[in-house]
Design a protein around this ligand. Structure first.
Ligand SMILES: CC(C)(COP(=O)(O)OP(=O)(O)OC[C@H]1O[C@@H](n2cnc3c(N)ncnc32)[C@H](O)[C@@H]1OP(=O)(O)O)[C@@H](O)C(=O)NCCC(=O)NCCS
Length: 150
């Protein structure tokens, strides 16, 4: 897949999103959580990368004043390691900047070295931890921030 194209997530993506979510996370969001994000949460912005009309990656964030809280990002296992996650996150950051966002933040499992490498690649810095944040294993969350210079 050359040059992943990033577009707004829509309800028709949700079957694929649910599959990717279940393959990607120890505590997956239920489908209804995505429905609420798309239909009710006016702060939420979700994006999809598609291949032949099927969603293969997605990411979302909440825009709160001039901060963006990245809620999730995932790539279908068959499509990982091809630059799609990086292109998607970069597209989300560019979108946020175009809306006046000055800083981006997220939480990630301490053991998720691949995701931490991706975030570091795009300029995110570690800013602390939340002890025992993940309810399944009591694993710590690393808090990361990306600040956009003026
Ligand atoms: C994290 C995730 C989104 C990365 O997506 P991806 O499309 O595979 O990543 P990319 O191919 O764009 O690679 C981006 C960067 O991630 C890092 N990376 C990717 N695969 C890696 C691997 N196997 N080992 C170490 N670092 C890796 C590299 O820093 C890479 O940048 P580089 O190629 O310039 O060195 C994907 O692995 C995923 O969906 N994981 C499960 C869900 C998840 O953990 N989401 C994050 C929750 S906080």
């Amino acid at each position: 897949m050359n040059n992943p194209v990033i577009s707004p997530m829509c309800m028709e993506d949700l079957d694929d999103i649910e599959t990717i979510e279940n393959l990607s996370f120890q505590i997956p969001w239920p489908r209804q959580a995505f429905v609420r994000e798309l239909c009710e949460n006016t702060l939420a912005r979700y994006f999809t990368v598609r291949d032949n009309g099927r969603a293969v990656a997605y990411g979302g964030m909440w825009l709160i004043l001039d901060e963006a809280h990245i809620t999730n990002i995932a790539v279908h296992p068959r499509y990982r390691g091809k630059g799609i996650g990086k292109a998607l996150l970069k597209g989300m950051i560019d979108y946020g900047i175009s809306k006046g966002i000055k800083s981006f933040t997220l939480e990630v499992r301490e053991s998720n070295h691949v995701a931490i490498a991706l975030y570091s690649r795009l300029g995110f810095k570690r800013a602390g931890t939340r002890k025992g944040y993940y309810s399944d294993t009591r694993e710590d969350a690393v808090i990361m921030w990306l600040r956009i210079p003026d």
